[in-house]
Every structure is written in structure tokens, then in C-alpha cells.
Design a binder for this molecule. Structure first.
Ligand code: C5P
Length: 234
């Protein structure tokens, strides 16, 4: 898998999602899509099967975090859905991440890529200290969790594009950085705080950018997607 744009399909029904994806029918290559909690909890595994049937690659963003045995078994079920990338919280420990990886291996020996969320971008230094009782600078925590993911054998992390080069420097160029928080230079930032344009994310070394509203809420989503791909990959 190479550099690509992943569209975050943050819709609450199969109907809305498929109507949105229908607009991309004319493209020679079906976009890579992300299915998150909202859509998965609304429609269940059927939405994954349906989108897969249409020829899209899928990042199933369910951020598992539980005891190692439970995560392993849940991952075994998810890998049968033939998704391409799935994820866990690195906070679940190295052992939980190792178990997740074991659970993902299919009978034929293949498995989806597995990446870890380091710290959610909604967690700031104050919440880290006050709520989680973690008394370290947040960027050090992010890098430590990325190292744990690498140690557990994972394929990469979800991080801000601003952290991508640091993660690559510490964990290797082949360790994937999947980065949300992308906005067009002339676009709305919305609730994202630390943003980069697709071209800046490319320069920073992101492997995949996850883009939601700049594409899903655009007047012409296909044109917005194509612009994103152009800026990120050209
Ligand atoms: O609409 P927008 O481009 O902000 O969507 C970004 C997507 O990436 C959303 O699905 C959001 O949940 C996800 N995400 C994020 N920040 C993280 C992890 C995931 O924005 N740290």
C-alpha cells in the first residue's frame, strides 16, 4: 500500500453512505474509505461487506481497547470482514496490541494492517495530567506509545501530520503514519485544532491522510477528493 487519501465516511446510515459513494462511480479507482464507530454501530458488519463488494479498500476505525483475550477474539471476527486497516488504542498495553495482531491473522496467513491510536487529539496536556494522571509532556507520551506499537509488531500509528516525521525518525520510514486533521488552504478548519493541507502533510511524510468534512461536506465531493489526491500525491 502506498500514499493515499482515505475518505472518512462519517454518516449515520447505509443509505446516506452508499448514496455518497455512488457519486464516485465514474472514477477509474474507487477511493479508500474509513468506517468509524458511528456508521459501524448503526449498520454493523453489513456496511463493511457492502462497501467492500463495491471495490473500496476499508480502514475500519473502531479503536479497540479491552483485555488482551477479548481484543484478540474481536480482531479475529473483524479480519474475516476482509478490511484493509484496523486499529486499537496503544493505551491498552503492548500485550494487548500483540494479542490484537495475533487475532487478525487469517487462516491463509494474511492479515489487515494494524495501527494504534497514541493519544487522541482531543486529549490535551491538562486532561493528560488531571484525568489520566500521566505526568509527562504529551508529545513524549505520543512517541512512547508509538514505540510500544512498534515493539508489539504493529504497522503504524494514527497521529497528527505534525508528528509524522518524528514518528518515522523514531520508528522507521516503513512504520505507517495515518493522519487526520487535514484541511485545504482555503477551507474551513471546523473543530480540528492543529491542521495541515494535503501538500503539507505530504511534505511532513504522512503515508495516508484521513479526510472527512472537506470532502463529505463539499459542494462537489468528487472534485474535492480529486483535489486532495492531487495535492497529496503529485
Ligand atoms: O471531518 P474531518 O476531516 O475532521 O474528519 C477526520 C476524521 O478523522 C474523523 O472521522 C475523526 O473521527 C478522525 N480522527 C480525528 N482525529 C484523531 C483520530 C481520528 O480527526 N485523532
Amino acid at each position: 500500500m502506498g500514499k493515499d487519501v482515505i475518505i472518512a465516511c462519517d454518516f449515520d446510515s447505509m443509505e446516506k453512505t452508499l448514496a455518497f459513494l455512488d457519486r464516485f462511480e465514474s472514477l477509474p479507482r474507487k477511493p479508500f474509505v474509513k468506517i468509524g464507530m458511528e456508521l459501524y454501530y448503526a449498520e454493523g458488519p453489513q456496511i463493511v461487506r457492502e462497501i467492500k463488494k463495491r471495490g473500496h479498500k476499508i480502514f475500519l476505525d473502531l479503536k479497540l481497547h479491552d483485555i488482551p483475550n477479548t481484543v484478540k477474539k474481536a480482531m479475529a471476527v473483524l479480519s474475516r470482514l476482509d478490511v484493509d486497516i484496523c486499529n486499537v488504542h496503544a493505551a491498552g498495553t503492548v500485550r494487548m496490541m500483540e494479542s490484537a495482531l495475533e487475532g487478525l491473522i487469517r487462516l491463509d496467513g494474511t492479515r489487515p494492517l494494524l495501527i494504534a491510536v497514541t493519544q487522541l487529539t482531543s486529549t490535551d496536556q491538562e486532561a493528560l495530567e488531571k484525568d489520566l494522571w500521566i505526568d509527562k509532556p504529551i508529545d513524549e507520551v505520543v512517541m512512547h506509545y508509538a514505540g510500544n506499537a512498534k515493539q508489539a509488531g504493529l504497522d503504524g500509528v494514527v497521529c497528527s501530520p505534525l508528528e509524522a516525521s518524528k514518528v518515522h525518525a523514531a520508528c522507521g520510514a516503513g512504520f505507517l503514519t495515518v493522519t487526520p486533521g487535514v484541511r485545504f488552504a482555503d477551507g474551513d478548519v471546523g473543530d480540528q485544532k492543529r491542521v495541515m493541507t494535503p501538500a503539507e502533510a505530504k511534505k511532513a511524510g504522512s503515508d495516508y491522510i484521513v479526510v472527512g468534512r472537506p470532502i463529505t461536506a463539499a459542494e462537489d465531493p468528487v472534485a474535492a477528493y480529486e483535489r486532495c489526491v492531487r495535492e497529496f500525491t503529485d
